[in-house]
Unconditional design. Structure first.
Length: 300
């Protein structure tokens, strides 16, 4: 019997080890034909079994291992951890038991956070859950959600003295906010060029790519423009109206909060400035200089 655990790396790994304990298996088997054959051979205490971690398996190694997995007896458990299987391995799992664990997003991510917090005896206020979700689920949706990092932060928060406030959480968590955060935008909108350049310097020292920062900044201003138009249509947007911005609710509320203070002409000018900066950055100019010039103009 072969069971493959796929999907989100954290959820798949957790389910993999839970199933392993049910079968009395505790040690990984090296994913080679020789090691697998030895693990599956009958012993004094049963018919054997194997735990395989295929996350780093090359296609050549898979081809060598595959024939040994095709004829596994039904009574012999072989559990496979393979969160992101290659096309050939995914095709192999179609005719076998595959347990897939999709990464939760949006409201599902918030429910995941609340459920994991309950396991730790932690009461997670809605605002805190939304803040934590925003740290690992950038509004643009371009980066993967790191549920394992979230789990470590929840374990840390469970040690704090209640009540759990957003201020306590912001000072305690070690997760790095995504580049798409509003910190740089706030400095720009606050007309604080010194603070804006300081944030840019920090991003540069942390090894961020200038085009990525520029892209995140452009995306945030485009979101502010969408929020501005939403407010023109619906001055008092309700919870269901937030979905029209097609971002995480936490990011939507932040965008609306900032957009209330902006004028259409200023947003249009900001977007033009960022488009010009991107053109310069991609046209052979120093991308950091192009980014800095754009930030100074926006914050000036």
């Amino acid at each position: 019997m072969l069971v493959a655990f796929t999907g989100d790396p954290f959820l798949a790994k957790e389910a993999f080890w839970q199933e392993a304990r049910l079968w009395g298996l505790s040690r990984l088997t090296e994913p080679t034909p020789e090691a697998l054959a030895q693990a599956l051979s009958p012993g004094l205490f049963g018919t054997g079994g194997a735990l395989l971690d295929l996350r780093e398996l090359s296609e050549g190694e898979w081809k060598a291992l595959k024939p040994f997995l095709e004829g596994i007896p039904e009574e012999v458990p072989v559990l496979v951890l393979d969160p992101r299987p290659s096309p050939s391995r995914a095709a192999f799992y179609r005719s076998r038991e595959r347990r897939d664990f999709p990464t939760p997003k949006g409201k599902d991510l918030l429910r995941h956070l609340e459920n994991r917090a309950k396991r730790l005896g932690l009461r997670l206020p809605s605002g805190v859950a939304q803040y934590l979700a925003s740290l690992v689920a950038p509004p643009s949706g371009e980066e993967a959600v790191d549920l394992e990092a979230l789990e470590r932060e929840l374990e840390k928060l469970a040690l704090l003295t209640p009540p759990l406030t957003l201020e306590k959480v912001e000072s305690a968590v070690a997760l790095k906010p995504p580049v798409g955060g509003f910190d740089l935008v706030r400095a720009v909108l606050g007309k604080d060029p010194k603070e804006a350049l300081a944030r840019l310097k920090r991003l540069k020292e942390e090894g961020e790519e200038p085009l990525r920062v520029l892209g995140a900044l452009s995306w945030q201003f485009a979101l502010l423009a969408k929020a501005h138009f939403l407010l023109q249509e619906t001055p008092r947007p309700k919870e269901e109206d937030l979905s029209r911005l097609r971002v995480h609710p936490y990011a939507a509320r932040k965008a609306l909060e900032e957009a209330r203070r902006l004028q259409r002409e200023g947003l249009a000018e900001a977007l033009d400035t960022l488009i010009e900066a991107e053109r310069r950055a991609k046209g052979g100019k120093d991308p950091w200089l192009a980014l800095e010039a754009a930030v100074l103009r926006l914050a000036g």
